[in-house]
Structures are given as structure tokens and as C-alpha cells.
Design a protein. Structure first.
Length: 341
């Protein structure tokens, strides 16, 4: 029988790409989203790419009664919980918004799963939990560092909520996926990242600068102790990342989890500097980007990339797409959004 997966926050960037991959793998999806950081174009894009109708419920996961109705109405054994606010800087300015939204929605989903006897949950965690790592690459055993933002703190707290709930309620199994830096867009250019206002993240800032929406990209610091002086990250293609969710759901559905609660790093295993990313973007897309070196950004770690051995072995998942292909897709998406060409 076809399994259904509830995808909270599924109208957003990672959720919409994951919905496409779930449907491609034979799952049905029910998307719940309050559209606080997205619009219906994500869901419509999923339908266009897959040729399937997608069940969409506009609801706030913090509204327990509205969320309960989704559990009453639909039969599903698995949930992927993307619904959260994600802007690090905003979380420093408005911590309570982050604690309320990210913690309340997560407590609600876990409580409802327990109440309705639903088994499997994947949680969107983040490499931010590692902070400035003592040694690289980071494994899942690397220590978590005290969070440097309320956003990062919500990721640590939600991981702990999941660990403790799975330990207490025998019916529940969980996987936390620690994403590194998700970038790019679906190769169809029908779905992608839709940042509101000025982008915080590097790749949307690059593509908007290339499109002429932003005048100039600031590279935050060229005096870090790295080969070219800029920070190093592990940029993971969005479709590869989406597929990691399918692998995590498959693992739980098939009863292959080795522990009731598991954690996996989801990255490429390679570190790329800001300068490298910018010059690769220019090269593969055949354009020149207007950029300048600016002071360091507060809170940035110097370098982080993933050891992905565990995900490779246990999930049978590997990052497949090259950074070149990913940056081509990012530009194709930006051109689609802006109506360029
Ligand atoms: P996104 O903002 O594009 O998607 C999140 C979606 O959740 C949005 O559609 C938003 O409208 C919805 N949402 C937020 N609060 C909600 C609520 N209370 N009820 C219902 N819907 C709600 O962000 P994304 O980049 O797709 O991120 C998805 C998840 O992955 C988040 O939990 C985020 O913290 C996590 N994550 C993202 C990154 C990244 O760089 N994008 C990295 C690590 C982890
Ligand atoms: C990448 C690199 C910047 C913008 C953030 C969150 C993290 C996770 C992913 C959710 C850094 C540099 C950036 C610009 C630049 N999100 N940069 N100019 O900071 O690694 O991670 O998103 O969980 O929690 O902190 O990603 O894309 O903002 O920055 O030079 O205009 O690009 O300094 O070195 P980051 P990012």
C-alpha cells in the first residue's frame, strides 16, 4: 500500500524539493504550511514537476487544534518537520518569535504523533549545532557547542526533545538530519529558494546580484586563517538534500533504524570557500559578478564541513551533484523568478 508522509513546512524551500523526491519515490504527501515564509508557488511547482495533485492544508503547526484536525483527517505514519523560522539574525532581535514558533510547533507535532500512534519523524536540524568545531570534518559525535543564536538554540532543544520523546514513548522513532549549507534549485527551475527581502545567505545574494536586483555582493572577510582568507562551508545541493529525507523515511518505514533516535550529517564532505563559490558561479554561468570584500560578519565560524560517512553507509545516500551543476541550477531559478531571457 502507498505510504503517506506529512510534510510540515512543505511549501518552503527544502520542503517543496523533498515533496518532489518523496512523490518520485512512490510516497503520497500531505503538506501543512501557514505560508508565513512561502506562497503557493512552491506547491504548484511540485504539482507541475510530478504531474500529481498534492494535498495542501493551510494551517499553523503552533495551532494545536488545527494541527490535530490534520492528524484526524489523514492517515500517515511518517512526518518530516520543516516548519520553523530560520533567519539567524532575526532570531537574535526577536528571540521569543523563534522560541515560540520553532519549539511550540515541534512539541505539537511530537505530542500529536504520540497521541495518534504515528511512528516516524524526521527533524530538520542544522550544522549550526556544532558551532566553531575543534576538528574538521565534523562527525555526528563531534560535540555540540553552546548556541550562538536563539535560532541555533531551538535546533539543539528540538534535537533534545526528539531524543527524550523517542526514549520515553516506545512507539516513536526519530531521525535528526543536520544539514550543512543547502543551495541551488530543482533542475526544472520550477521550484527554488524564495527569500523575502534582502537575502542573508550567500547563494541567493549571488544570484540576485547577477540578476541586477542587488548592486554588489559583500564578501564577509578575506583575512580568515584559510587558504584564500574567506570562510569555508559545505554546500549541499538541494535535490541531494531532498533525497536524504527519502532515505531517512525509507529507513524508518522498513524498520532498518539501528537506534530509535539517530542523527546524520547531510553534506558533501567537501569544504568550499566563499571566493571559490563566487568564481565557480561566474565560470559556469559565463558572467562577471560585482563583488567587494567587506568586514567579517559577526557570528560566522571560520570553517566547517561534514564527515558524511555515517549517512553514506547507513542511509545508502551520497551527495551526487557537482557544485558546478548546483550553481547553474541556482542561476536558472533566479532567471526564472526574474523573467530573464
Ligand atoms: P523555508 O522558510 O523556505 O521553509 C519553512 C516553511 O515552514 C515555510 O514554508 C514556512 O511558511 C513554514 N512555516 C514556518 N512556521 C510554520 C508554522 N508554525 N506552521 C506551519 N508552517 C510554518 O525554510 P527552509 O530553508 O526550507 O528550511 C526548512 C527547515 O530546514 C527549517 O526547519 C530550517 O530551520 C531547517 N534548516 C534550513 C537550512 C537552510 O539553510 N535553508 C539549514 C539547516 C536547517
Ligand atoms: C555562507 C558564507 C558568510 C552572505 C547559515 C546559518 C545556518 C544554516 C545555513 C539554518 C559565510 C558568507 C554570506 C553574503 C558572504 N541555516 N557570506 N556574503 O552562515 O554558513 O549558515 O545558513 O540552519 O544556521 O547560520 O550561511 O549562506 O549565510 O553564509 O560573504 O552576503 O558566505 O560569511 O562565510 P551560514 P550563509
Amino acid at each position: 500500500m502507498k505510504q503517506t508522509v506529512l510534510v510540515s513546512g512543505g511549501a518552503g524551500y527544502i520542503g517543496s524539493h523533498t515533496a518532489v523526491e518523496l512523490i518520485g519515490a512512490g510516497y503520497d504527501v500531505v503538506i501543512v504550511d501557514n505560508l508565513s515564509n512561502s506562497d503557493m508557488s512552491g506547491v504548484e511547482g511540485v504539482e507541475k514537476i510530478t504531474g500529481k495533485h498534492v494535498t495542501f492544508v493551510e494551517a499553523d503547526c503552533c495551532d494545536k487544534e488545527a494541527f490535530r484536525r490534520v492528524f484526524e483527517q489523514y492517515e500517515f505514519d511518517s512526518v518530516i518537520h520543516f516548519a520553523a523560522s530560520k533567519a539567524v539574525g532575526e532570531s537574535v532581535a526577536e528571540p521569543l518569535k523563534y522560541y515560540r514558533n520553532n519549539l511550540t510547533s515541534f512539541v505539537n507535532v511530537v505530542e500529536l504523533m504520540h497521541e495518534f500512534g504515528r511512528r516516524n519523524i524526521v527533524f530538520s536540524s542544522s550544522a549550526t549545532v556544532y558551532g566553531e568545531a575543534d576538528s574538521l570534518p565534523v562527525t555526528e559525535q563531534s560535540p555540540r557547542k553552546p548556541a550562538t543564536s536563539p535560532y541555533g538554540n531551538t535546533k539543539q532543544i528540538c534535537e533534545d526533545i526528539l531524543r527524550d520523546s523517542v526514549a520515553a514513548y516506545g512507539s516513536l522513532r526519530g531521525i535528526a538530519l543536520r544539514y550543512f549549507n543547502p543551495i541551488g534549485a530543482h533542475p526544472s527551475a520550477l521550484i527554488g529558494e524564495l527569500p523575502r527581502g534582502v537575502p542573508n545567505n550567500l547563494v541567493p545574494f549571488i544570484t540576485q546580484t547577477a540578476a541586477g536586483v542587488r548592486e554588489c555582493l559583500s564578501i564577509f572577510g578575506d583575512d580568515y586563517p584559510t587558504a584564500d582568507g574567506s570562510c569555508i562551508r559545505d554546500y549541499i545541493d538541494i535535490v541531494d538534500l531532498a533525497r536524504a529525507h527519502v532515505a531517512a523515511i525509507d529507513r524508518m518505514v522498513k524498520g532498518q533504524s539501528k537506534q530509535p533516535y539517530e542523527i546524520f550529517n547531510i553534506g558533501t564532505g567537501r569544504g568550499v570557500s566563499v571566493f571559490e563559490l563566487v568564481t565557480t558561479f561566474e565560470r559556469v554561468n559565463g558572467l562577471k559578478l560585482n563583488y567587494k570584500v567587506a568586514p567579517r560578519r559577526a557570528g560566522d565560524v571560520v570553517a566547517i564541513w561534514a564527515d558524511t560517512t555515517l549517512a553514506n553507509r547507513e542511509l545508502g545516500w551520497h551527495a551526487e551533484r557537482s557544485v558546478e551543476d548546483t550553481l547553474r541550477a541556482a542561476w536558472a531559478w533566479e532567471k526564472h523568478v526574474r523573467g530573464i531571457e
